[in-house]
Design a protein around this ligand. Sequence first.
Ligand code: ADP
Ligand code: MG
Length: 220
Amino acid sequence: MAVVEAKDVWKIFEPGHVEAVRGATFNIAPGEIVAIMGPSGSGKTTLLMMLGAMLSPTRGEIRIASQSLGDLQEAGRVALRRRRIGFVFQSFNLFPSLTALENVAVPLRLLGARDHRRRAAEELERVGLAGRLDFLPAKLSGGQQQRVAIARALAHGPAVILADEPTGALDSTNGLAVIRLLSERASEKGAAVIVVTHDERLSAVAHRVLRLEDGCIAAL
Ligand code: ADP
Ligand code: MG
């Protein structure tokens, strides 16, 4: 059973009628790691945002864990994002005034988990940051910040992890560590990972590459 289903998905931005994504169709299974690659402007981020229910397709259908996103109102999309999806960004996007522990606890708190601090601490231990629980993001290296972001994305056990160029802001050593961690932790938890990347090392750990060219999937 697929956890992500995209059927003839289009995104056309107005004004200008920019066809950012043109008829994308694919399924992704639980535990699968899929790299989305393609030149700048080919529609990678737009596609990822639609899969994350952050942006509505102009046409076509997306299902996450069998739920059709088009059937949901905004409140339903927010609930689905909180429960089913974890996001990792190039620029980490940690809350600057919250500690590492508090950052990881946020999605757990939003879901009403009573043991959010303990679970957040466990996630941070898993990514090798047991000694940094009370650090603010500004006191952590880029690689450490991205590990916090990975812990935060995985903490609530989402079915789908969406990552947009997660190694883009890191040097090659830290980038490799982040790639290893993301793939290991996701496979332990059985989450599907969809990662936009230019990084050949990241696409090498992927089970499959979706190549986008001018909004079209060129090859499976
Ligand atoms: P990529 O992530 O592959 O670099 P994007 O998905 O960001 O590509 O963009 C694909 C195309 O859609 C580009 O031509 C971009 O200019 C356009 N685009 C992206 N977002 C918007 C928007 N909010 N409004 C209008 N055009 C957009
Ligand atoms: Mg992009």
